[in-house]
Ligand binder design. Sequence first.
Ligand code: NCD
Length: 325
Amino acid sequence: MSATVASPKHLLGMDGMSRDGLEEILDLTDTFAEVGRRSIPKVPALRGKTVASLFFEDSTRTRMSFETAAKRLSADTMTFTAGSSSLSKGESLRDTVEVIGSYGADAIVVRHGMAGTPHRVADWTDACVINAGDGCHEHPTQALLDCYTLREKRGNLDGMRIAIVGDVRNSRVARSNVLAFSMLGAEVVLVAPPTLLPPSVDGWPVSISHDLDQVLTGLDACYLLRMQRERINEGLVPSLREYASDYGMDARRAKLLPADAVILHPGPTNPGVELTVEVATDPRSVILDQVSNGVSVRMAVLFMLLGSVLDVAPSRSSDDSEADG
Ligand code: NCD
């Protein structure tokens, strides 16, 4: 199958993306999900391209899924690890970006604790830049994979009522998902104690509730956010136990959710805080689907930024015959 797709330069956030652009990536993801189901899940689409990962914050899912996605597209990969780099010798972020550029990176996937860092990186390089999470600001590929997962389960998001529950204040996932879900026609309600909401949600296309039990019965999807313990440096909740009792998803609350509702969490979970182990394995939980869809969505994003003509015929040459799985 061949197709051409629009080619923006960077993916820095959901802010500024159009509904058409978002849906185009989700449609393209279907193609790469099909590749992922093959016995050798690898195509030559990005052969000769190099994808560099520049992660200044810990990550399991995002980092591994970007690297898997790049390898499934036959791109070369380069990995920068902050702890073992020349940053410890005082090298600046800009120098680091320039070094990566001079090694020939075509795309740089950036995760950083400071909001806006991927935007700065984009000013310093000719490579395409993908935001893999910047502080409390945005995490666009998480929003894309969440939209894809909901679309896969429910057809489309138009008219869905989705609760985003928990530490909205410190969550980049919440910001990107509010924009993406509402762009696709869903109604979003933020459910959190006042201390875990941003100082202002003026202009956000959301309603607010502090009462999870009352919201649950009318939901199509319940998105539980990870408590951002690494970013919380003040007593925003009296204790995690109290938070769990007011906002955690347990067996009693899961019974209030409609039978066809969907439960999501970006991972990693804090078991017993945002949700119990029992709820994580409830048939309505799509947490593992989110993880596997992450690879297909990131293949679509990398292809959209770096590819030209889409040819997903299996790789034929001998050096492509080894699957990266
Ligand atoms: C998210 C992140 O790091 O922002 N996780 C992820 O990318 N899978 C969500 C989180 O850690 O809360």
